[in-house]
Design a protein around this ligand. Structure first.
Ligand code: ADP
Ligand code: MG
Length: 220
């Protein structure tokens, strides 16, 4: 059995004029169902590039990503989008919320993209992140901590097998950050593979495993 999320020899080079940036230089690792892995490393070490490749938002220059035994890399964007919508939840520092939709409509949008329509699940996920009372608020009416949790509700909308979070606690106060990490941990306990990019040593300590990047490589 291969891990739920697998990165195999990922390379990602960026070209701009004569400049070449070797953002990823052969990154391989697997994340099992039930595991929470922290990705750390200095700024510019390739963490966000890695997450983009794992999510299928970006295509690696070489190597491949697979999710639940399904190859995600080197497929047409529409196919990657379908796998992403049904199997992957993404959480970014700036919550991925559509401004003119309420919290509940944002969650429903993510569900519709994946072909789901389940009002009970919509409310359940909003209650799970502690936003039951704010389900009908728009993003501009939410505090920083509430937006972070709304972004988390969107990421969890389809009960994804794989959750990828890029510094989700970066701009949160300690209590909210801890709550977000606890919710991610709960998803791992329920069988998801969770990858969390973080600068926060407490979050890294909380993970089952820490993968540190330096210059686009896993530091051993
Ligand atoms: P991190 O998230 O660890 O701070 P990134 O993955 O954002 O690192 O960046 C890794 C390297 O790739 C950096 O040198 C960055 O400047 C470069 N890079 C990232 N995105 C692009 C891009 N779209 N075009 C060119 N270079 C990029
Ligand atoms: Mg980054």
């Amino acid at each position: 059995m291969s891990p739920l999320l697998q990165a195999e020899s990922l390379y990602r080079f960026y070209h701009a004029g004569d400049d070449e940036t070797l953002a990823l230089q052969g990154v391989s690792f697997g994340v099992e169902a039930g595991e929470m892995v922290a990705v750390t490393g200095p700024s510019g070490s390739g963490k966000s590039t890695l997450l983009g490749c794992l999510a299928g938002l970006d295509e690696p220059t070489a190597g491949m990503v697979s999710v639940d035994g399904q190859r995600l890399s080197r497929r047409p964007e529409a196919e990657r989008a379908a796998i992403r919508a049904s199997s992957i939840g993404m959480l970014f520092q700036s919550a991925n919320l559509v401004e003119h939709l309420t919290v509940s409509e944002n969650v429903q949008l993510a569900q519709r993209v994946a072909g789901h329509r389940d009002r009970d699940r919509t409310m359940q996920v909003i209650e799970d992140v502690g936003l039951g009372a704010r389900a009908h608020a728009r993003p501009s009416q939410l505090s920083g901590g509430e937006s972070a949790r709304a972004g988390l509700a969107v990421a969890l909308a389809n009960d994804p097998k794989v959750i990828l979070a890029d510094e989700p606690t970066g701009e949160l106060d300690g209590v909210t950050a801890q709550r977000v990490v606890e919710l991610l941990r709960a998803r791992a306990r329920a069988g998801a593979a969770v990858v969390i990019v973080t600068h926060n040593p407490a979050v890294a300590d909380d993970a089952d495993r820490e993968i540190t990047l330096a210059d686009g490589r896993v530091r051993s």
